[in-house]
Design a protein. Structure first.
Length: 197
């Protein structure tokens, strides 16, 4: 074979490989599109008024959508198959449209009419808080604070609490409050507090 013939055969083989790869890459999204479809519809009450924010789900899957203010919903890329379309909204009975068939590369419409339903509220139990609020005048009480005035601002953002005590800036905490720096009293033997002079 001459050099020209070998060169032509090489180019022809390269063109063939590129063509096969291109067809393979282009065909896979096309095949995927043939295996999915779109589901759309409107959610309305019994009188035909649109129901905004209704949840629409395909039972047994993770596919779902929320209806817009006109009651319209859509779900893209639904695998081909038969589904039960379920709609839910507070104040309305959950409703299901059975046997909705989704076909490849097609849009299927499934409108849902929801009957109104009473909302039932069960009893409310009120109990005492586990950490009751301590009145301000008791915070300074030594029986509560352990003999020294605690630096409560250690947990407030923007307050600096060095080891010698708190450096406090006026911070608005539920209204303007002026807070002063506090340091713990000196400790006596065995951790008991010594009286301040």
């Amino acid at each position: 074979m001459t050099h020209r013939v070998r060169s032509a055969v090489g180019r022809l083989l390269a063109l063939g490989v590129v063509s096969v790869v291109t067809l393979g890459v282009g065909a896979s999204p096309l095949a995927a599109q043939l295996q999915t479809g779109k589901l759309e519809g409107t959610v309305t009450d019994q009188a035909g008024a649109p129901l905004a924010n209704a949840r629409v789900l395909l039972a047994g899957t993770s596919f779902g959508a929320v209806a817009n203010d006109r009651g319209y919903y859509f779900i893209n890329n639904v695998p081909v198959g038969t589904y039960n379309v379920r709609a839910q909204l507070i104040g309305y009975a959950p409703t299901e449209v059975r046997g909705v068939r989704v076909q490849g590369e097609q849009t299927v419409t499934a409108d849902v009419r929801m009957p109104s339903s009473a909302v039932v509220v069960t009893g409310i139990v009120v109990s005492e808080a586990a950490n009751p609020i301590v009145p301000r005048d008791q915070v300074e009480d030594p029986s509560i604070s352990g003999g020294y005035r605690p630096c409560l601002l250690r947990t407030v953002p923007s307050a600096s609490c060095p080891s010698s005590g708190c450096l406090v800036m006026p911070l608005p905490v539920r209204g303007p409050l002026e807070m002063r720096a506090r340091t713990p009293p000196p400790r006596g033997p065995r951790g008991t507090s010594t009286p301040r002079s």
